[in-house]
Design a protein around this ligand. Structure first.
Ligand code: B4P
Length: 187
């Protein structure tokens, strides 16, 4: 199965993605995790990504597309995968569809939208800032990330709706309740 997880920052894509990995036995590909690892390792790619991430902006399409393409070519991703945080704009979504076609892989099966109100997102990311100290979980940066989500990522709901692949799940409640909703929605 090939699943895209969509949702605002802090909507729980990473959290629920981990549960899907355990349940479905397919890998999760998180562009956020890959970029944070590159920043921590101080690679050239990390240096390019760092400023955009800390400002709550999207990292350049070429960089994230390169990360995803390299990862999708690995053997463990052939039977299926969960994409967490990619695509984040229409250009990335179109490139993903073309990439799967080019690699002879089946298309995306479902795009799961985790719906969470802004107030709850801000509350969660504040808590995470205290616990994990992520540079992009500061108040003004959180607000900017929500703006970027609304402007660039939200249009993907219509993109996947047009392909009859969109399922929307309420992302508020216990982790297990949300997970059950996701499993019900993907069938
Ligand atoms: P990401 O790493 O994707 O960050 P995120 O959107 O904040 O995380 P997510 O929605 O996965 O939330 P999580 O489960 O952790 O991106 C970071 C940055 O990388 C972007 O701003 C951008 O700069 C760059 N980037 C990444 N992908 C890119 C792309 N494709 N193109 C361009 N740039 C890209 O949950 C958040 C918190 O909520 C956690 O603390 C969790 O414990 C808590 N939580 C989760 N579910 C909960 C629940 N049900 N109730 C209460 N709390 C919950």
């Amino acid at each position: 199965m090939r699943i895209v997880l969509l949702g605002a920052p802090g909507s729980g894509k990473g959290t629920q993605g981990e549960k899907l990995v355990a349940k479905l036995g397919i890998p999760k590909i998180s562009t956020g995790d890959a970029l944070r690892a590159a920043v921590a390792a101080g690679t050239e790619l990390g240096l390019l990504a760092k400023a955009a991430m800390n400002a709550g902006k999207l990292v350049a399409n070429e960089i994230v597309i390169g990360i995803v393409e390299e990862r999708l070519e690995q053997a463990d991703a052939k039977p299926g995968f969960i994409l967490d945080g990619f695509p984040r704009n229409t250009e990335q979504a179109k490139v993903l569809d073309a990439m799967l076609l080019r690699h002879g892989q089946p298309a995306i099966d479902k795009a799961v939208h985790l719906q969470v109100e802004d107030e709850e997102i801000i509350r969660r990311l504040h808590l995470r800032a205290i616990k994990e100290g992520r540079h992009d979980d500061k108040e003004d940066v959180i607000r900017h990330r929500i703006e970027v989500y609304n402007a660039e990522t939200h249009p993907l709901l219509a993109y996947y709706e047009a392909q009859h692949k969109l399922v929307t799940v309420q992302g508020v409640g216990s982790l297990d309740e949300i997970f059950e909703r996701i499993l019900g929605a993907i069938g």
